[in-house]
Write a protein that binds this ligand. Structure first.
Ligand code: SF4
Length: 337
């Protein structure tokens, strides 16, 4: 185990963790909500440092990031655990684990080895993904600094529940992030996810202000967050607070984990959500987690020209020239695009 960053010592060997917005006060001998950070005699330790439970080479489109080095490969890693308790989690087998399972999982892999693997497999970036990168911050931070020296990009796929203190630390090394905006009602965050909405909204604004490339994903779940009014409020927030050119990924829900009784999101609901996003003024709205012809293509928001053609998670053609639409010359938002 490694001593954690970002915590404060309190009286009687208690500590306050300031890594995520739960800001847990942890008694001696106990762990925080995430189960991965434990107070041992007044010192906070992370139990997941180096425990890469998953390592895969993914297309960057799978994160999803559609406007950040499209067509490139991301070396994708995770450690066990999470600070959320989403009843619909798609990776619950590695995110929702006990303290004991965490210490039993995976082999220790050094940050140096992760960077080496990334270079050897010709990946452009390292993605901290599958589970929540916030809860393996110390590991991702050490890898990200080495990756940055090696001119690799660093990507978080996150629930957006970190503290501003953590964002300030990772900011110099973080190039892009996809943040889940899982609902636009605090009640849903509290009941289904075990968190609060406001810290996520605050972080989305901070990330945008920091100049980190940002894309947003919303999983639309029947009966939970598919009300047109709620979807409109989400889209309006992105337009008003983050900008029209922040890509929004509308993702299809499939039953699983503790939500096996809810059917998959109907295609017409996904299309309704996309239309609302476009009506509110967003330039780039994509439908994901389902193969619908054309729905993952990028089109010019000014003249409608086809810019990037995709099939599955692959880019089949990229028509963008020097970052601009080849038809009307509009600069297309993104990096390495
Ligand atoms: S990372 Fe979040 S959930 Fe885990 S101990 Fe720290 S404040 Fe609590």
């Amino acid at each position: 185990m490694k001593e954690a960053l970002l915590y404060q010592k309190l009286d009687n060997e208690k500590i306050r963790c300031v890594l995520c917005a739960h800001r847990c006060v942890v008694n001696n001998g106990k762990a925080g909500i995430c189960k991965v950070r434990e107070n041992i005699n007044g010192i906070l330790y992370t139990k997941v440092y180096g425990r890469a439970i998953a390592q895969h080479i993914d297309p960057i489109e799978k994160k999803p990031l559609y406007h950040f080095y499209p067509g490139s490969k991301a070396y994708s890693i995770a450690t066990p655990g999470c600070n959320f308790r989403c009843r619909f989690c798609q990776n619950w087998d590695i995110s929702q684990v006990s303290s004991y399972e965490i210490l039993e999982s995976g082999n220790i892999i050094t940050p140096e080895q992760i960077v080496k693997n990334t270079l050897q497999t010709n990946c452009t970036s390292i993605a901290y993904t599958y589970t929540e990168p916030t809860i393996f911050f110390e590991y991702s931070f050490d890898i990200a600094r080495l990756a940055n020296e090696a001119e690799l990009k660093n990507i978080y796929v996150s629930n957006g529940y970190m503290t501003s203190e953590m964002l300030d630390m990772i900011n110099p090394y973080l190039d892009a992030i996809n943040v889940d905006l899982k609902a636009f009602r605090d009640e849903t965050y509290r009941q289904i996810i075990g968190a609060r909405l406001q810290p996520v909204l605050d972080n989305l604004k901070r990330i945008k202000q920091m100049g980190i490339w940002l894309e947003v994903t919303s999983l639309i779940i029947p009966g939970i967050n598919d009300d047109p009014g709620e979807i409109r409020r989400m889209a309006n927030f992105i337009v008003a607070e983050l900008g029209k050119d922040v890509p929004w990924h509308i993702s299809r829900f499939f039953p699983g984990y503790k939500m096996k009784d809810i059917p998959p999101t109907p295609v017409k609901t996904l299309q309704m959500a996309k239309n609302i996003g476009l009506e509110e003024g967003l330039y780039f709205v994509y439908i994901g987690n389902i193969a619908l012809p054309g729905e993952s293509d990028t089109k010019c928001p000014l003249c409608g020209a086809l810019l990037i053609e995709r099939q599955g998670f692959g880019v089949t053609r990229n028509h963008i020239k020097d970052g601009k639409c080849p038809e009307c010359g509009l600069k297309i938002a993104g990096e390495g695009i």
